[in-house]
Design a protein around this ligand. Structure first.
Ligand SMILES: [Zn+2]
Length: 83
């Protein structure tokens, strides 16, 4: 997964970010993913998928998608992989 964000007008990436910045990026990434998924809605079950995050840094971040069905989970994964 490619992660590129701007924080306070500076380019920040997991490769050049210090720990303090990394925490901010991590929070932002989680927020953006949660936001993206909340825009989705399963036509069959009328539910939005929810991400569950594991790991306390970008390097070991794992995302599990909680969805009502397999179709919604695939759709959520597709959306998260979009640029
Ligand atoms: Zn569903």
């Amino acid at each position: 997964m490619q992660i590129k964000l701007k924080i306070d007008g500076r380019d920040a990436s997991p490769n050049n970010a210090g720990n303090a910045v990394e925490d901010a990026i991590l929070a932002k990434v989680k927020e953006q993913m949660t936001q993206k998924l909340s825009n989705l809605r399963c036509p069959d079950h009328n539910q939005a998928p929810k991400p569950e995050f594991e790991g306390d840094s970008l390097k070991n971040l794992r995302i599990q998608i909680r969805a009502c069905c397999g179709w919604m989970r695939e759709e959520a994964q597709r959306v998260l992989n979009q640029k």
